[in-house]
Design a protein around this ligand. Structure first.
Ligand code: ZN
Ligand code: ZN
Length: 357
């Protein structure tokens, strides 16, 4: 036994070395478009072509790069002044990629790495990512506002906003009561956090918030682009225009709607209401105000980031309880912080130490 104890140090050293092996020799990640980038199969517009730019960085020149520059221009990363975009990955594009990565909570590499290309190809909100992000203590940006921090005015104690559906611009394959129920739920998530109430009005022209489904160019200078790509957009306070792309396959229940490109109406509605109220895009991936949403994904709960942002504009609903939000945020952060693999190794190590002691 003594002999065994003498070798424990060596044994543990070898054990820890073995533990590190996956880090010393990380499995080489070969991007496999068929598994990693499944959205490509169902993406029906030119964002699909961005897969060709995988792993490119400054100095590369590839046909079609100008389309990527148009994408970055469209979402607020490249200035309007240079509309004659070339196919060269120049310094301006590199700084656009860096800002995109920062705004979307990705690793800032300045290159079109697989995480970045994947994010670029995802369907997303049509609102620009250009935003006024408040400075935080550690310098990280999360929730943000439109420039000038516009919000709905009116008495803070009795703020009531009306919404109405466009009589001429709706979809016909989801029954109206189901659409109304989805929007009621989406509005109620925000009114649970802030002292603002929403009620449906019959009179469309006089409603504060005007909801409608539109195809392509619909007169506001922000044309929709067909299946996936841009899903919806909404205007800052106190404009109230809330537009959804009529070309999407909108879903209220994925058990009934089996299309690969189906988009969850409630998730998009909840996100766009955030814009209607004055929030811009967040860099927190789990937040409702994150710009992208994968098809067949339901993401409807406000996160701490969304609540902090909206309460800084309107104050808190006196009945709002942080606890439910905090627990879901903390549990997901905990899950992300500790990969399952390390949990397994930690358990083995603890058992082993218990046996030899
Ligand atoms: Zn948005
Ligand atoms: Zn529009």
């Amino acid at each position: 036994m003594l002999r065994f104890v003498r070798y424990i140090d060596t044994f543990l050293a070898i054990f820890f070395l073995l533990l590190q092996l996956p880090c010393l020799f990380p499995a080489r990640k070969i991007p496999d478009p068929s598994t990693e980038l499944t959205v490509v199969d169902i993406h029906d517009d030119n964002w699909r072509g961005f897969i060709n730019f995988l792993d490119l960085g400054k100095g590369s020149e590839v046909a079609g790069m100008s389309e990527l520059k148009k994408y970055f221009n469209r979402f607020g990363y490249l200035s309007e002044r240079k509309l004659n975009f070339t196919d060269l990955f120049d310094e301006e594009l590199e700084s656009a990629v860096l800002r995109f990565q920062k705004n979307l909570g990705l690793t800032a590499t300045g290159k079109l790495d697989s995480d970045t290309v994947k994010e670029i190809m995802l369907p997303r909100c049509g609102n620009s990512d250009d935003r006024a992000a408040p400075r935080t203590l550690n310098g990280t940006k999360n929730f943000a506002y439109f420039y000038g921090k516009p919000r709905w005015r009116g008495s803070p104690s009795a703020r009531l906003l009306t919404y109405a559906f466009s009589p001429d611009n709706m979809i016909d394959y989801i029954p109206m009561p189901e659409i109304k129920s989805v929007f009621r739920k989406a509005f109620s998530r925000w009114s649970a956090a802030i002292p603002v109430n929403f009620t449906e009005a019959d009179d469309y022209p006089s409603a504060d918030i005007k909801i409608g489904f539109y195809n392509g160019n619909h007169g506001d200078g922000e044309p929709f682009d067909g299946v996936l790509g841009i899903l919806a957009h909404a205007f800052s306070p106190e404009n109230g225009r809330f537009h959804l792309d009529a070309a999407e396959t909108w879903a209220v229940d994925f058990d009934q709607q089996k299309a690969k490109a189906a988009v969850d109406l409630e998730s998009v509605a909840t996100h766009e209401i955030g814009h209607i109220l004055g929030l811009a895009h967040s860099s927190v991936k789990e937040a409702i105000m994150y710009p992208s949403l994968s098809p067949r994904t339901k993401k409807v709960g406000l996160r701490v980031d969304d609540v902090e942002g909206i309460q800084a504009l309107y104050g808190s609903n006196p009945n709002f309880k942080y606890s439910s939000l905090l627990s879901s945020d903390i549990s997901s952060a905990w899950r992300n912080a500790i990969p399952q693999k390390s949990l397994k190794w930690t358990t083995i190590l603890v058992v082993l130490l218990f046996i030899i002691s």
